[in-house]
Design a protein around this ligand. Structure first.
Ligand code: ATR
Length: 271
């Protein structure tokens, strides 16, 4: 049996083992996929021990994506741009390769599962942490009209916009500066939903054609999804589809086959 795992802290809530078990069943792959809790200061040892014990690949989740970026011997373009790694694989010489499948997972979910488009669209990204950084390049690759990054700490939004300045129309601001236009897309890349916090974003930014997407997911609608509903958004999505799509991209990297995702998403949604 080939061994894979997700490494995180916390990790017991992770749906990745369930998702990869579905992919293995679907593709007839003989593999086991576990969840490994690493102590906050022991990511490197934990990952190295896993691969020394014949691990074939790992997903990396909060709070270790930047450490995984530092651990990898080589990086994919996406991981290099994102400054974060969510998937580790081994090359032919047994060296660790770092990838980031979060952004492509999100774009696939938007386009394939929701029938959405980012091309020529105005996009407001809320948040400027790791989650926002992971999605900006894949978004810019879709040629949006503009991207505005708004964050509680404005300087972080400004630094992030600066990184991508040459790749498109990308600006930065604080929540207080947001007014005067409706966006085609509002993406919540903050972790505020995790604490149930509502962001101080004017409701007027949302029109009936605005699609709102929370990168977080939960069994109940997130605080951002509830806010979007009250604001009258045209469509509201959470991050469950992104989670399954990024997992499918990891599986493709490891096994050379991309599993079907629709049924897996539906099953998780109703479980
Ligand atoms: P990571 O990089 O791991 O994603 P992070 O750096 O803590 O985590 O970033 C989380 C994002 O959520 C940040 O944009 C953070 O805003 P700040 O940069 O101002 O800290 C945002 N965030 C978290 N909780 C928030 C809250 N209650 N209200 C507004 N923004 C919040």
């Amino acid at each position: 049996m080939d061994k894979y795992a997700v490494i995180g802290n916390p990790v017991s809530h992770s749906k990745s083992p369930q998702i990869h078990a579905s992919f293995a069943e679907q593709t007839g792959a003989a593999l086991e996929y576990g969840a490994i809790l690493a102590e906050k200061d022991k990511f490197r040892e934990t990952a190295e021990r896993f691969f020394a014990a014949d691990g074939k690949g790992a997903n990396v989740t909060v709070p270790f994506k930047e450490e995984a970026f530092n651990l990898a011997n080589s990086l994919s373009t996406e991981a290099g741009k994102a400054g974060a790694v969510n998937t580790l694989s081994l090359d032919a010489e047994g060296k660790l390769c770092g990838h980031n499948t979060d952004g492509i997972g999100l774009v696939t979910d938007i386009k394939t599962n929701h029938g959405g488009s980012l091309t020529n669209k105005s996009i407001l990204v809320l948040g400027a942490g790791g989650a926002a950084r992971g999605i900006l390049q894949p978004f810019l690759d879709e040629n949006p009209a503009l991207i505005c990054i708004a964050n509680r700490t404005v300087s972080k939004a400004e630094s992030l916009a600066e990184l991508y300045r040459d790749s498109g129309d990308i600006s930065a601001c604080g929540f207080d500066d947001l007014e005067g236009r409706q966006y085609d897309w509002i993406i919540n890349a903050t972790s505020a939903s995790l604490q149930g916090d509502i962001l101080p974003v004017p409701i007027e930014l949302v029109g009936e054609k605005t699609w709102c997407y929370d990168l977080m997911y939960a069994n109940e609608p997130t605080a951002f999804c509830r806010w979007s509903q009250q604001a009258g958004a045209g469509k509201i999505m959470d991050g469950l589809g992104m989670l399954v799509e990024q997992a499918a991209e990891s599986f493709l990297l490891w096994r050379g086959i991309r599993p079907q995702t629709r049924e897996v998403i539906d099953r998780l949604r109703s479980s």
